[in-house]
Design a protein. Structure first.
Length: 256
């Protein structure tokens, strides 16, 4: 059943982006635009409202490339640099909207953002403009602009971070495992967006084998893999994936 969501993959790359600086491998030197991956982030559009998942390092470029002119809310998954270091770009949306931007995350994530970017949250700041944000701690289902959003606890190595379910879609970036008590939150998905970093084992991310095992267990109707490194050539990997699974690419749009 269509619920009127438009999903845009602003970025589907790992923390280094693809191409990597200085790398001359066949993926990093590829002419295929689908092998150019900025840092992982997702845009959800519903009823002319834009909800951003993570402020990636490449947020300015992503906003320009996708003609994003307003952000109505931000969901944070965790505080690794590639997921939060574009936070200062939110001030451009403040300038346009003339209003603060509500941001949501776990208590740990919100507290860490306040520490890492303390200049945002203090009055003792000398310099140009800064983002005007309203921080919200969440731990269970909440609603933004008519969309129910459910935080889903996932493993990123040892730490627990958030994925998010909204409608019949789940976004699980930076995921190396799914706790048993989170699996009921991931039933009956039309679309699962899931971490699949590379072929080889990694301690804090699913590799492709691990991601495919999770898909087999959760049984979503469709799966799109994200947060990928330069080991994956888009055409080669996509060609060999099981039916119902595929790789993301920057700028990919899904409507549901």
């Amino acid at each position: 059943m269509k619920i009127g969501l438009k999903i845009t993959f602003l970025g589907c790359g790992t923390s280094t982006g693809v191409p990597l600086i200085g790398c001359r491998c066949k993926v990093c030197t590829s002419d295929n635009i689908k092998n150019k991956r900025t840092r992982a982030s997702l845009l959800i559009e519903l009823n002319q409202k834009n909800i951003l998942i993570d402020t990636s390092t490449d947020l300015r470029f992503q906003a320009l490339a996708n003609k994003i002119e307003h952000i109505d809310a931000v969901l944070f998954t965790h505080t690794h640099a590639d997921h939060i270091h574009g936070i200062d770009e939110l001030r451009s949306f403040n300038f346009i909207q003339l209003s603060e931007i509500p941001c949501y995350g776990s208590e740990e994530t919100i507290n860490q953002i306040r520490q890492i970017f303390s200049y945002i949250f203090t009055d003792n700041f000398d310099g140009g403009g800064k983002p005007i944000l309203r921080m919200h701690t969440v731990s269970s289902k909440f609603n933004i602009h008519g969309l129910d959003i459910v935080p889903v606890k996932i493993l990123h190595g040892n730490p627990i971070i958030f994925g998010y379910r909204f409608g019949n879609i789940a976004y699980l970036s930076d995921c190396s495992g799914i706790p048993e008590d989170s699996k009921p939150l991931l039933k009956d998905l039309e679309l699962l967006i899931l971490d699949a970093l590379r072929y080889q084992f990694h301690p804090t991310h699913f590799n492709l084998e691990g991601a495919l095992k999770a898909v087999e267990e959760l049984k979503p109707r469709r799966t799109i893999f994200t947060h990928m490194g330069h080991q994956f050539d888009y055409e080669e990997v996509n060609r060999d994936l099981p039916e119902g699974t595929e790789l993301a690419y920057d700028g990919m749009v899904v409507e549901t």
